[in-house]
Design a protein around this ligand. Sequence first.
Ligand code: TYD
Ligand code: MG
Length: 367
Amino acid sequence: SLTLLGGEPGIGKSTLLMETCKALVEKYPADLILYISGEESGAQVAARAKRLGVKGQNFFILSETSLQSILQHLNKLKPKFLVLDSIQTTTSTDVPSAAGSVAQVREVTYEIMNYSKANNISTFIVGHVNKEGGIAGPKLLEHMVDTVVYFEGEKLGENRLLRAIKNRFGSCNEVGIFRMCENGLREVKNFEKYFLQDSQGKGYGRSLTCIWEGTRPLLVEIQALVVENKFGNGRRVAQGISLNRLALLIAVIDKYFEIPLSYNDIYINVVGGVSLTGRESDLAIIAALLSSYKQKNIMENTVLMGEVGLSGEIRRVASLNESLKELQLLGYNRVVCSEKSANEYSSSYGIEITDIKMANALETKIF
Ligand code: TYD
Ligand code: MG
């Protein structure tokens, strides 16, 4: 099988795969595992392996970038598990173009795939992803491999999310959450409240929402800072939310709240390095912006969930029922959501459910 692990440089892919080797060594001590690095020297990889505590007679390290030489080693060693770190540093002499080019990446992946499948090897390939999110030759690799997982997070922060994008062996609906520590990655269990700011409580520009990551609910805090800009063209800085989406939500506020929000500098941040890709957090983003602009605190323990449409209408979100169950367990007692959802669930849980039909009614519901 072939598994592709994608992620930005420095995010922890090599660390994750070294930890994977550690687990494999412990589980299958009789099977040979080969870690090939084209990025670090053998000594560097060995030092990391030692530091992370990988111990085993059958764990081998190779520093190599030539595909032909790698295949020779594979023929000799006959590993059961293989790590190729990374696809961008491995080159085949059959292809004239440079390392990391689309032609090289395609050729190397193709050869490694054939070899792995013919010889019953479970192979993990590392692929660096650029800021725009594509692995060199973007979607090219994804359809060739059996499984694609991405490792994400803020490089300076310690939280990491492992997300399955494609999985020929099971569900994609699962994420792993890890913390990058001094001695490797630690799994975060019971992470429902993990991404909340340590200091809970009041503060302008802070709102809460509940999103689903794979099969698990995640309570996240959004922080906004809206500052008057005397020179006109407002700055936009967003972490965890795309700038396009932020622009859309600012436009909704401008238009339907009749507030000239777009003239301000606007900073928005999702606490803990989570990315909000779904639309269910729209309402919470608007609430955070409004709270900062108006300098008013959002009522405590209030969780906002709703998609905001272009005419300012609030739409229902999927999996609200499951979120409510979870919020009840976590002790949150107030949820603001679409009118339809509110009618549907108002009497189901011990949570006060406030309905909202149009975004511009938000002020009367959260302050
Ligand atoms: P690395 O796995 O080399 O990233 P990638 O292969 O994706 O480029 O790890 C990146 C960073 O992780 C590195 O700057 C140092 C840090 N790190 C730790 O904090 N703890 C550790 O135990 C290890 C091995 C790395
Ligand atoms: Mg690496």
